[in-house]
Design a protein around this ligand. Structure first.
Ligand code: MF3
Ligand code: CO
Ligand code: CO
Length: 256
């Protein structure tokens, strides 16, 4: 069952989304050589406490895991998703995906972007641009009357036609329904077939959050139980927005 939300709930999602987007923007400005991923996590913790809000990640046990120890996810270079802050220092040329999920008045705003640390290679910048583009076409496919399969299909077509299949799309981790719960049905796959899966309807809230890899799409979970990396250690990027479906199309909640 995919929940259909009321008008008032759109307003709550706008608030949560905007605050998450603000924190992500502030974190993006901190991603300089010399800073550690734990510094970023502490910055997030302070922001969250100052705004009297909550991190959905901190203490999260999704799927029966050990509680997540961080306030945000900070994923450097070949790390795909779900890494927590450590004493790892950011170096010039690194890329870092930062994923923020805040709970404001019971509603979740979930957003991620990949940032450059200092000057990065053309190759890394191209991967970042392609990943942002993938999220954008995925969101544009989220029109009422379309189907969830259209989202993944549009991303796959983009990767084929515009980027000549030079990148791969992660399949082991997906977008998700969201609202008063962090991860609700359905799973939003970033690959797929046009017209398949359930119909997208006004009032649905979900994320589009493609992870795009420079090499293989295959993933490996580290022994810490959370950190997910690319099997070939090549770069991975991610962008994510939380959106709500209106009669006129998708509304992006997680923007400034
Ligand atoms: N924000 C991630 C998502 O997009 C989930 C992070 S869960 C955590 O769904 F526990 F790793 F933080
Ligand atoms: Co998400
Ligand atoms: Co997220």
């Amino acid at each position: 069952m995919i929940k259909i939300h009321e008008k008032e709930e759109f307003e709550k999602m706008r608030k949560a989304g905007k605050l998450a987007a603000t924190l992500l923007y502030e974190l993006g400005k901190q991603t300089k050589p010399g800073i550690t991923t734990l510094d970023l996590d502490k910055f997030a913790q302070e922001f969250i406490e100052k705004h009297n809000t909550k991190s959905a990640c901190f203490g999260y046990t999704g799927g029966g895991k050990t509680p997540f120890p961080g306030y945000i996810c900070t994923c450097v270079n070949h790390v795909i998703c779900h890494a927590f802050g450590t004493n790892q220092v950011l170096n010039e040329g690194d890329i870092i995906s930062i994923d923020v999920t805040l709970i404001v008045d019971g509603y979740h705003g979930d957003t991620c972007a990949t940032f450059a640390v200092g000057k990065i290679s053309n190759e890394a910048q191209k991967l970042i641009d392609a990943t942002k583009h993938a999220m954008e076409v995925g969101i544009m496919a989220a029109q009422p009357g379309n189907h969830f399969g259209d989202i993944g299909y549009s991303i796959e077509q983009l990767m084929k036609n515009k980027y000549n299949n030079q990148y791969s799309i992660v399949e082991d981790y997906c977008g998700h329904g969201i609202g008063t719960t962090f991860h609700a049905p359905p799973q939003i796959e970033h690959t797929g077939f046009a017209g398949t899966s359930e119909e997208i309807k006004p009032g649905m809230f979900f994320t589009v959050e493609p992870m795009i890899n420079a090499g293989t799409h295959e993933t490996r979970l580290l022994k810490d139980g959370w950190t997910v990396i690319t099997k070939d250690y090549r770069l991975s990027a991610q962008f994510e927005h939380t959106i709500g479906i209106t009669e006129n199309g998708p509304e992006i909640f997680t923007q400034l």
